[in-house]
Design a protein around this ligand. Structure first.
Ligand code: ADP
Ligand code: ASP
Ligand code: MG
Length: 471
């Protein structure tokens, strides 16, 4: 029986955390026999290795020749601290320090190239940002070996084959299954303990890609499907998926069981605890997914189960995505004209922006949708080019954006078919003078999303969370 266990940034972010992580791995190996570990880059708050790597590279692109050197020192110190604190001098300490130095030297060399060339391609960004995982798995594997476990660090470039969409690559599953089974199958059969990098993969040509920020959860699910594993466990720093982000709502509680659809909506609409793409590979293959707390391992956490009828009428969770803008295309001449929506979203797609929510007034006089705030200018100019003719003829009066806004989403499969939920949501917000700018309901009726100003986002989450006990 194979278990895939993924450890997030905080679980590998300090000496005590790594000791705890190693203990969990040791126990799992005794119970399960075959364990595949997936690890993120070190992510001690507030310093996250992946953020540091990206900052260094981006500053180099801006002509800054100092920041990436400072970052390199910070990275060196952070990893040294772990290596020094965990590895015996007479064991692998020196080798681990030297290996880690090689990565940092490579980071510096890549940033120097970015600085000189004045160019930072998505491909280079992936080569740089994926290094955090390459460093962390080597330290973790060395420490596990010191404890007597047969651990070996494995770069997922050997296992996860992706397309070449750098920064948000998509796995090609047939090839990934073949590679994973060929590489990990014999290793597991021989009793080895693979410690695999999260977040990264490689193209057919062997070029490193990344799966998108927070993508180590996805890596674990991909490997879970590919092996296949009996279960996939995501170890993080909170007691599973909670009814809201505990940083925003201190009263948030763990949700013991969530359906596939509920957790998908939650993850998509901002619950950072799980990368939204994690769910499909496991749930579609009947592999149970659990989210547990490394620092409170006896807590059962959350289990994700298949969709099932729920007549509870309950709201289960509230989540939010900040830093968005709401773009509106409006004009009386749009009424009944076929193809406006299609042209709108084709134009948005050309600007590469990700649309998070769409609403259309029934009069068809406007289409509203939200995109990341940073993409607003590109989206508007793409739309203006697409509709130059209609704007000139005044069929479209205005293309404009309201920003910054946030999307607040209320999730619960039990809301389906329950009258009055929308009324409760609006009353709760109205009672606190929070204006709802736009609303959209998921077609599964398991979520309702509201657009509010950025300034109102946190309060909206808090007040809607109060409905959880009340519904
Ligand atoms: P990891 O490095 O383990 O992947 P992340 O920082 O990516 O950890 O995700 C865990 C964090 O997600 C938690 O510390 C918590 O602040 C945040 N979070 C946001 N929404 C939720 C939620 N609904 N339930 C639990 N945690 C949440
Ligand atoms: N280290 C990567 C990130 O910070 C992936 C992850 O943590 O899941 O985005
Ligand atoms: Mg994460």
């Amino acid at each position: 029986m194979t278990l895939v266990m993924k450890f997030g940034g905080t679980s590998v972010g300090s000496v005590p955390a790594l000791r705890q992580t190693a203990e969990l791995i040791q126990q799992a190996q005794q119970t399960w026999g075959q364990v595949v570990v997936v690890a993120s880059a070190m992510g001690t708050k507030p310093v996250k290795v992946t953020d540091l790597l990206l900052t260094g590279a981006k500053r180099a692109l801006a002509g800054d020749s100092h920041t990436f050197l400072d970052v390199a020192e910070q990275l060196r110190r952070a990893h040294y601290e772990l290596i020094d604190g965990l590895l015996e001098p007479e064991g692998e300490r020196q080798a681990a320090l030297a290996e880690n130095d090689q990565f940092i030297d490579r980071f510096v060399a890549l940033c120097q190239a970015v600085l000189v060339l004045g160019e930072l391609t998505p491909r280079a960004l992936d080569a740089i940002s994926g290094m955090g995982e390459q460093m962390s798995v080597r330290v973790l594997a060395a420490y596990l070996r010191q404890l007597g476990l047969p651990a070996q660090a494995v770069d997922a470039t050997e296992l996860i084959r992706t397309d070449a969409a750098f920064q948000s690559a998509t796995p090609m599953m047939a090839e990934t299954i073949r590679l994973t089974q060929a590489r990990l199958g014999p290793a597991l059969a021989a009793g080895d303990l693979p410690v695999v990098t999260g977040f990264i993969g490689a193209t057919a040509a062997g070029v490193m890609t990344t799966l998108g920020r927070g993508g180590s959860d996805f890596s674990a699910a991909i490997l879970g499907q590919a092996l296949p594993a009996k279960e996939v466990w995501i170890w993080t720093d909170v007691d599973g998926v909670m009814s809201a982000d505990p940083r925003l709502v201190p009263a948030a509680r763990t949700i013991p069981e969530l359906t596939n659809r509920e957790v998908s909506e939650l993850a998509y609409y901002g619950a950072k605890v799980l990368h939204p793409k994690t769910i499909r590979p496991v749930v579609e293959n009947g592999i149970p997914l659990r989210i547990k707390n490394t620092f409170n391992p006896h807590h059962a956490g959350t289990v994700i189960v298949a969709d099932k009828p729920d007549g509870s009428g309950q709201i289960k969770a509230v989540t939010a995505i900040p830093d968005l803008s709401l773009v509106t295309v409006e004009g009386k001449g749009m009424l009944g004209v076929p193809g406006i929506a299609a042209r709108t979203f084709s134009a948005v797609a050309r600007s590469q922006a990700n649309v998070l929510l769409i609403t259309q007034a029934s009069s068809e006089q406007s289409i509203c949708f939200s995109v990341p705030e940073a993409a607003t200018a590109a989206v508007i100019s793409s739309l203006e080019a697409e509709f130059a003719h209609e704007l000139q003829r005044r069929d479209i009066d205005r293309i404009w954006a309201q920003q910054p806004v946030g999307i607040v989403t209320v999730v619960g499969a039990g809301m389906r078919g329950t009258p009055g939920i929308a009324g409760k949501i609006f009353s709760a917000l109205g009672a606190h003078d929070i204006n709802v700018i736009a609303i959209a309901q998921g077609s599964s009726e398991c979520s309702v999303s509201l657009v509010v100003t950025a300034a109102d986002t946190a309060a909206a989450v808090q007040h809607l969370h109060e409905l959880i006990n009340a519904t």
